[in-house]
Design a protein around this ligand. Structure first.
Ligand SMILES: *[C@@H]1O[C@H](CO)[C@@H](O)[C@H](O)[C@H]1NC(C)=O
Length: 396
């Protein structure tokens, strides 16, 4: 069956999709943007720059590498209560207290788990609770591959892709969920500019504004960059990061006065590394880090120091698009968007260590502690969504 899907996917890629809207046809369509079926692991020409299989995580290349002064420690949280369960493509945000909020994602390929019902994880008590949308209030439609970011006590959700049963069309609506009241409201943007519909895009917040990058648009992968100001309800198009192809699954983190952009899937995995100065409205292109391989759908969080912690990611795409699972990493490294450095973090895994994964999500909780949830691991024949919860403490 896998090879059937792969061949249909390949047909789709060259514009020769079989006629008729069968389930597999839908599968091929969904795979068109991200991850691309064209560059399945088997299709790399010999001697190409295809990344080595790093699914075993910490098996590093023999290259001389810069060892970071930073150290990390994994904590496998033994949780209480009913959480979201195994999911990929979730969003995770903190608004600064002991709570982390987990939204959306999928429990099986391309089937939205629902975004209106939010899961709260208390990092002190390690307890999950579920917050149903406020009775009678409007709520966002089900979707996969949304992007979210916290501003104040609220979590903003932009876009995503609807389920298979409704044609998987992309969205560009902006919703706000209040962590205080549990109410959803839809933002009516003012002005002429609204970013086009998309999925697998990335969003972060800084200085009271949202910053949105890339994703899979209706006509292909995007590399555009926008900000949203909640005080005026206006979107503004910002300079696009120079010299990079459109992509889904990029890492985007606000770090001090900079926005750090790393990796993503542009038809192949990448390790592009740039930073955007909010004050100067300018991008700086950094050298591609030598010590990490190309990847996408990493999980990350920014430290108060302005450095960005990146965990895992997909290092080789699946041949089956969204129905399978590619190769994954469990590496942890530290980006400094101010200097353009990338250093590996030595992590104490005495208390366990998360298995390699992509498509999960993380956020900073407090101090130098981050939280990571969910994701996808396994292989094309055995893709597995994850429902575990991990703390990562960094000492710089
Ligand atoms: C989180 O857990 C701590 C410790 O048990 C507790 O003091 C706090 O009230 C909890 N927070 C919420 C929002 O329930």
């Amino acid at each position: 069956m896998a090879s059937l899907v792969a061949s249909l996917v390949a047909l789709e890629a060259v514009g020769l999709a079989p006629l008729g809207r069968t389930t597999w046809r839908a599968a091929a369509g969904a795979s068109k943007c991200f991850p691309s079926p064209v560059f399945g692991p088997g299709s790399y020409p010999p001697g190409s720059s295809h990344p080595p299989p790093l699914a075993v995580g910490l098996s590093l290349s023999s290259r001389t590498e810069t060892r970071s002064m930073a150290k990390g420690k994994w904590v496998n949280w033994v949780v209480k209560g009913e959480g979201p369960g195994p999911r990929s493509s979730i969003g995770v945000s903190s608004t600064g207290g002991s709570d982390v909020f987990v939204l959306g994602g999928e429990t099986e390929a391309r089937v939205p788990a629902g975004i209106a019902q939010v899961f709260r994880f208390n990092v002190s008590s390690l307890e999950w609770s579920m917050i149903s949308p406020q009775e009678g209030s409007p709520k966002p439609s089900n979707r996969n591959a949304h992007a979210q970011a916290a501003l104040g006590d609220e979590i903003y959700v932009f876009g995503g892709r609807q389920g298979v049963e409704v044609g998987e069309s992309a969205l560009n609506d902006l919703w706000v969920w209040s962590t205080k009241t549990g109410a959803w409201r839809e933002v009516e943007p003012q002005g002429d500019h609204v970013p086009e519909p998309r999925s697998y895009h990335a969003m972060t917040s800084a200085g009271g504004r949202l910053f949105l990058f890339g994703g899979c648009g209706q006509e292909g992968r995007l590399a555009d960059f926008h900000s949203f100001d909640p005080l005026t309800s206006r979107w503004e198009q910002l300079p696009s990061p120079p010299g990079i192809a459109g992509r889904g699954g990029a890492t985007l983190e606000a770090a001090g006065d900079l926005i750090c952009l790393f990796s993503g899937f542009e038809g192949k995995e990448s390790r592009d590394y740039l930073s955007y100065s909010i004050a100067d409205r300018e991008w700086v292109v950094h050298d591609k880090p030598e010590i990490v391989s190309e990847r996408s759908v990493c999980a990350s969080f920014a430290l108060p120091s302005g450095k960005v912690v990146v965990f895992g990611g997909e290092v080789s795409p699946s041949e089956r698009g969204h129905d399978g699972a590619g190769g994954f990493s469990k590496e942890v490294f530290l980006l400094d968007p101010a200097s353009g450095s990338c250093e590996r973090i030595e992590v104490d895994a005495a208390g366990g260590c998360p298995e390699p994964r992509g498509w999960g999500s993380g956020c900073r909780v407090s101090g130098n502690v981050g939280a990571f949830f969910g994701g996808l691991t396994g292989s094309d024949s055995d893709p597995r969504r994850l429902g575990d919860a991990w703390g990562l403490e960094i000492s710089e």
